[in-house]
Ligand binder design. Structure first.
Ligand code: DSN
Length: 476
């Protein structure tokens, strides 16, 4: 579809903006600017993507007006026939997509999904056997003392996950996140030399900690996870295995992570977002083995007040899109693009953590490559319309605010149609720009880029973007 045509998508979205403008013009104006900004920059935030106009249309409509606490065909409100149908379609589609026993599509975000999953696992391991011992069906009939004893025991549950510094997520037991407040959180690190997961070390830590729950997943790590090995480690200490696939769900759905790297056959419970490599609306998702179904299904009211059926409709559309053969090609290209970028960056002398990538992201140590903090690099790149995020690297001396690294992802650029050649060009843009940027004395935030370099890279970025229009269906 060429830009400039009066497309169906254009009519719908432009009409929507006009309606918004009729009520609150400044909001509509900012929405138009945001589109212009996304069109006019290279989006390399590894956790972002572009969903389809069909996904957008499914989330912005009257479905938002329906309350539907409960699960399909078992709700606390009347009039749920149609949202029941939509939610069930989403559940069936995603179960088929991943080959999971059970799917729960209500979490509003990955963090919600993680909270629900964590409490479900704790419930399954501690509360359920205790209830059985007491001959009770649920906590309703329990004495206060019994409940307090169970609660205390639940809070002693041990969770072992990848540390935040090594690329784990806040919700994996970080001390300032609620996940570390209702259980005991422990962590393992990547190997200090290779900066990769070291399964022998994970096993050693697991034997020492004896976790009830072993977590495999990351937010900033550029390699794959061997889930078969993680299962072995979990089994060796009797732990439940939790996979957080928020970042790479699209690579699993797109059949690029198979065999030992496919989390589904090995994990008891899997959490994800739906908007990263999976290219759906913002939201969360849980997949699990049959035995966790009853606990997970109580995500509302355990964590969430009520499902957002408009977002669930959009998830259903995205799951259907991810089930198409074209999505396999997409996922394959995401990895090929990430590799092409990392290899080119390294060939120029940039330091890419762990010496490359096997997934959708590469993390550059900008401190040792360019003498910059992540914050300085992030700001300099944005000046040239390259959007990425600073990220701490393992054992980072610059801390989590300034950082020594930047994380660069290929999912959004791949959605825009870019291939290996473009990714190599982009690696050159980034290398040249950061090489031409000097940190200001005594500042970890400010830096100055050679104006000629900034202009040249900015022009090159604009020229490249011109060949890959974003949302050409929208003629505004
Ligand atoms: N904020 C997401 C990311 O950027 O990886 C994780 O929640």
């Amino acid at each position: 579809m060429m830009a400039g045509q009066n497309t169906r998508e254009s009519v719908v979205m432009d009409g929507a903006l006009e309606m918004v403008a009729g009520v609150f013009p400044e909001v509509a104006e900012a929405m138009r600017w945001e589109l212009a900004s996304q069109r006019g920059s290279l989006k390399m935030i590894a956790s972002e993507n572009y969903c389809s106009p069909a996904v957008m249309a499914a989330m912005g409509n009257w479905l938002t007006d329906k309350y539907a606490e409960g699960v399909p065909y078992s709700r606390f409100y009347a009039g749920c026939e149609h949202v029941d149908q939509i939610e069930q379609l989403a559940v069936d589609e995603v179960r088929n997509l991943f080959g999971a026993d059970f799917a729960y599509v209500q979490p509003h975000s990955g963090a919600d999904a993680n909270l629900i999953a964590l409490w479900s696992m704790i419930t399954h391991r501690v509360q359920d056997p205790e209830l059985e011992r007491l001959g009770l069906k649920n906590v309703m009939g329990m004495s206060g003392e019994d409940y307090e004893a169970i609660r205390q025991k639940m809070c002693q549950t041990k969770l072992l996950g990848l540390s935040l510094g090594s690329g784990g997520h806040l919700t994996h037991g970080f001390r300032q996140n609620v996940s570390s407040k209702f259980c005991q959180a422990f962590s393992y690190d990547v190997d200090p030399k290779s900066l990769m997961l070291d399964y022998k070390e994970i096993e050693r830590v697991a034997k020492e900690v004896k976790p009830d729950i072993l977590l495999a997943g990351y937010s900033a790590y550029s390699r794959t996870i061997d889930f078969a090995k993680m299962r072995e480690i979990a089994d060796s200490v009797g732990a439940t295995l939790w996979g957080d696939i928020a970042h790479f769900a699209g690579l699993v759905a797109g059949k690029q992570l198979t065999g030992n790297f496919d989390p589904v056959p090995f994990c008891d419970i899997i959490t994800s977002t739906t908007h990263k490599t999976l290219r759906g609306p913002r939201g969360g998702l849980i997949l699990c083995k049959k035995e966790y179904e009853e606990a997970v299904k109580k995500g509302c009211p355990m964590v969430i007040g009520g499902p957002l059926e408009n977002m669930i409709a959009a998830k259903a559309v995205a799951f259907r899109e991810a089930s198409q053969p074209a999505f396999v090609e997409y996922a394959k290209q995401v990895i090929a693009n990430s590799r092409a970028f990392a290899e080119r960056m390294m060939s120029r002398g940039g330091v890419v953590l762990s010496g490359g990538t096997d997934n959708h992201m590469a993390i550059i140590d900008v401190k040792s490559s360019f003498g910059l903090t992540g914050r300085q690099a992030e700001i300099a790149l944005r000046e040239a319309s390259i959007t990425c995020n600073r990220n701490s690297i393992p054992f980072d001396a610059e801390g989590a605010w300034y950082t020594s690294g930047i994380r660069l992802g290929s999912p959004a650029l791949t959605s825009r149609g870019m291939k290996e050649g473009e990714m190599e060009m982009i690696a050159d843009f980034i290398f040249d720009l950061l090489k031409g940027t000097k940190a200001r004395e005594n500042s970890r935030a400010k830096a100055d880029t050679d104006p000629n370099m900034l202009r040249e890279v900015g022009e090159n970025v604009a020229s490249l973007l011109g060949k890959f229009p974003l949302y050409p269906e929208f003629e505004f």
